[in-house]
Design a protein around this ligand. Structure first.
Ligand code: FE2
Length: 592
């Protein structure tokens, strides 16, 4: 039986395909249309999923759509009456949703009456919870989803046991942990969709000076929380999310009120310098998020008595808060879906149909995140030939694996920057060793070099370490697996000087624990680096430059050329540019 999950007309449009309950493919539309967080209808992602499963649309038995317009009708009506413009906007979006069968038929040039699948609507947060629980290794677990807003709710929690989830509670609009974080992110001058990551990184540079005041912005209440609504505007004007139009990056309207400025001082202009006050505000924002989030998880642990918890929703990307769960909530095991944001809804909605609706037992565990497109040796070779590397002073070689890893590890150990492209693309926003830029973690200057030459991002944002999973406890204060970079742990004090580049200013690292079963070649690369340096860690950042992570070999080649990477590995091929490289090192020396 084939079940297609589609997250459409919403940020992070995506598709996933389950065949007899097993995930075969999952991918975000942004990887194809190259628009970050793209909304719209994910036709290319769906096409890829069907192709990976070796089926056509006629072979799809069920289509699962993570949206239920009938959820919380009373609350919706109440706000629709108060905010007619918001209601009109929602109606437009809903009209698109009711046309998903038509959009699907049109994308595949079929008559919609001939699309045989049964269509199902799965509520937004139920799909988030399903993506976390049904991918986890746990037979039973507590469940929490928290984000900005979906189907008029911002959070939902419950418990899962084998093939069923039971919902214990939820929090409806306008109260939202995600919108709380987004509003203060905007107030601090970070206006783009997804900028919450930046503020989380900035928080480590501050002190929680304003924590008492932040308790007025969000109050704990019962099993959940309430916003101090005077500091926000979304409950009056509606959350202005412009993502209904095809292929556009979502844009959020202003969400903080003038009361925010009266309480904390002037709003920061995006171009103004970042002062210590801004850092302290970011730190206080994060500290209050942790109080509320960890408090909810503590109560969930008391309520369920379970050892394990599964998390999804955009707030589950807060790796700093996640890293504190084992020590602060009673939960011993944590599973975070790698696409915890709305892309993951495609997987969750499909799994909900398979397990909860159809009652099928669980056999699948998401042990890795490599569910996207892959390219054959011939395709890589063709991309290399088209790029005419050899005619432009580059050296291209195809190497046996042992030689490739030894050479590549020594390139990294020499302080060079490596583009590393292997196998299937990652599902979710983190590069996990198949579409990664890899560098030497031992060099304190590496962060600044990467930022200047490749990533062009704010200097206060940390880079992440990938570590051999079996060495985690030797280098970090915790050794709980973090395969999808969803947890930040403290680097052991005595190890911080050994891996300064991916150690954040507060001594933490948002680590990826790499096992030989999840990604053998990447594990072997880190092993080879360890053999040469004694350090079982590499710095890993996503293979891109202010764009979605590269998907195809040609995009990797373009990014390699556009930026100033020193070497590129595509499958078994190694591309180096010794001359340009030497010049760059000299330039680094001069500029540094
Ligand atoms: Fe969501």
């Amino acid at each position: 039986m084939n079940i297609l999950g589609i997250n459409a007309y919403h940020g992070n449009a995506s598709a996933a395909i389950l065949c007899d309950g097993k995930l075969i493919a999952a991918v975000e539309e942004e990887r194809f249309n190259r628009v970050k967080y793209a909304a719209g209808f994910p036709a290319a992602a769906i096409r890829y999923c069907l192709q990976a499963a070796g089926i056509t649309l006629k072979d799809v038995h069920h289509v699962a759509v993570p949206r239920n317009p009938y959820a919380r009708l009373g609350t919706k009506l109440f706000y629709a009456l108060r905010m007619p413009s918001f209601a009109r906007e929602r109606m437009k979006v809903l009209a698109k949703f009711t046309g998903i069968r038509e959009a699907l038929a049109a994308a595949f040039e079929m008559d919609k009456a001939k699309v045989p699948a049964t269509f199902h609507r799965v509520e937004h947060h139920i799909a988030h919870l399903a993506s976390a629980f049904f991918c986890s290794p746990f037979e039973e677990a507590a469940l929490l989803s928290a984000d900005g807003l979906g189907d008029f709710a911002s959070s939902m929690w419950g418990a899962g046991s084998e093939r069923r989830m039971n919902i214990h509670g939820s929090i409806a609009f306008p109260h939202s942990l995600g919108l709380y974080y987004s509003a203060v992110t905007q107030y601090l001058g970070f206006l783009k969709f997804g900028d919450e990551y930046k503020v989380m990184g900035l928080a480590a540079y501050g002190e929680p000076e304003f924590l008492p005041e932040f308790r007025d912005l969000i109050h704990s209440k019962g099993a959940g929380f309430r916003l101090g609504l005077e500091y926000f505007t979304h409950h009056r004007s509606g959350p202005e999310m412009t993502w209904a139009d095809a292929d556009k990056t979502p844009v959020l309207g202003k969400m903080y009120s003038d009361a925010m400025a009266r309480k904390f001082g002037p709003v920061r202009d995006p171009l103004a310098p970042i002062e210590q006050r801004h850092k302290n505000l970011a730190c206080s924002l994060q500290a209050r998020l942790e109080e509320v989030y960890l408090g909810m998880l503590r109560r969930l642990h008391e309520e369920t008595g379970m050892k394990s918890v599964c998390l999804a929703g955009g707030v589950a990307f807060n790796c700093v808060a996640n890293g504190k769960i084992p020590a602060n909530t009673g939960f011993e095991n944590v599973f975070v879906h790698p696409a915890a944001g709305d892309a993951g809804l495609a997987v969750g909605a499909a799994q909900y149909i398979w397990h909860q609706l159809l009652g099928n037992p669980r056999e699948f565990v998401m042990e890795h995140a490599y569910w996207g497109p892959e390219f054959s040796r011939e395709e890589i070779r063709a991309a290399l030939q088209a790029s005419r590397f050899s005619e432009n002073g580059f050296v291209v070689g195809e190497l046996p694996e042992a030689d490739l890893l030894r050479r590549t590890a020594s390139i990294i150990a020499d302080g060079k920057i490596l583009g590393w492209f292997q196998g299937r693309a990652e599902w979710g926003p983190r590069a996990l060793g198949n579409r990664s830029i890899v560098a030497d973690p031992r060099r304190p200057e590496m962060k600044e070099i990467l930022n200047r030459r490749i990533k062009h991002r704010e200097i206060f944002r940390p880079f992440a370490p990938s570590i051999l999973a079996e060495k985690t406890g030797e280098w970090f204060e915790q050794s709980h697996p973090s395969p999808f970079m969803a947890m930040a742990y403290s680097v052991k004090r005595e190890m911080r000087d050994k891996i300064p580049a991916p150690t954040h200013v507060d001594g933490t690292g948002r680590l990826q624990t790499v096992t030989s079963t999840a990604n053998l070649r990447y594990w072997r690369l880190i092993r080879a680096f360890e053999e040469q340096t004694g350090v079982p860690v590499v710095l890993n950042t996503s293979f891109n430059d202010n764009e979605p992570i590269v998907c195809k070999p040609q995009e990797a080649i373009d990014c390699f050329r556009r930026t100033q990477m020193d070497a590129l590995v595509l499958g078994d091929f190694l591309i180096t540019r010794e001359t340009a490289n030497d010049q760059q090192r000299e330039s680094d020396h001069i500029n540094g």
